[in-house]
Design a protein around this ligand. Structure first.
Ligand code: Y43
Ligand code: MG
Length: 206
């Protein structure tokens, strides 16, 4: 019998996510291959929820590769902005906005908001689909609470990390070592739940 692990595609075009998933998936019962290895087009994120967009991305990658797929849809919800940019976090400053432009726009939007009202949370939905037709995808979520700082700090991570202040660590997310971010983050928490659900589903618990 072959002991080779089943291949699975990681349906994201975001290199920062790929790096985090490489660590998070160390004990995963599949061989995970990023979508860049397949030259996939990006899926159209037409959903209005993280759940819909994560399913769209996973289904798209599963359809084009014929493999099982994992996708992550995530974003930043800022209380003083009524939850924006939310599902639209990667397009906050425009359709092809860079992380830098998105962070600039966020700092501008919060320019007159006092320290105590700059609360925010990162949200992440991870979807696992056995195939593009899987009628019961596994859907797991995680949240990470913090504050939006006035200035950028740190070079690690990606996206809004340089302005996401984590008070328990007295640092921004971009200053945290990768293993610490993975332990605390919305993505780390969602992934831990996914591992639990998959273990149940695949009977890998014992
Ligand atoms: O841990 C994080 N640290 C900092 N920023 C983060 C994080 N997690 C999500 N974010 C931000 C980045 C982006 O502005 C949006 C995700 O958008 P989202 O559509 O899910 O990802 P994406 O377009 O970068 O790549 P893809 O859709 O191919 O997975 O939220
Ligand atoms: Mg996206």
């Amino acid at each position: 019998m072959s002991t080779e692990k089943q291949k699975i595609v990681l349906a994201t075009g975001n290199k920062g996510k790929v790096k985090e998933f490489e660590r998070l998936l160390e004990n995963f019962p599949y061989e995970v291959v990023p979508q860049s290895a397949f030259d996939l087009t990006d899926a159209d994120e037409t959903g209005t929820t993280f759940v819909e967009n994560a399913i769209i991305k996973a289904r798209h990658a599963a359809k084009l590769t014929g493999l099982a797929a994992i996708a992550d849809d995530s974003g930043l919800a800022v209380d003083a902005l009524g939850g924006e940019p939310g599902v639209y976090s990667s397009r906050y400053a425009g359709n092809d906005a860079s992380d830098q432009q998105n962070v600039d726009k966020l700092l501008q939007a919060l320019a007159n908001v006092a320290e105590e009202n700059r609360t925010a949370r990162f949200l992440c939905v991870i979807v696992f689909m056995q195939s593009a037709e899987d009628p019961t995808p596994i859907i797991c979520q995680g949240e990470w609470h913090g504050h939006i700082s006035q200035v950028r700090r740190g070079e690690k991570g990606f996206g809004y990390d340089p302005v996401f202040w984590v008070s328990s660590q007295n640092q921004t997310a971009a200053q945290l070592p990768a293993e610490v971010k993975n332990r605390l983050s919305h993505r780390g928490k969602a992934m831990a739940k996914l591992l639990d659900c998959l273990s149940d589903k695949l009977g890998l618990m014992d």
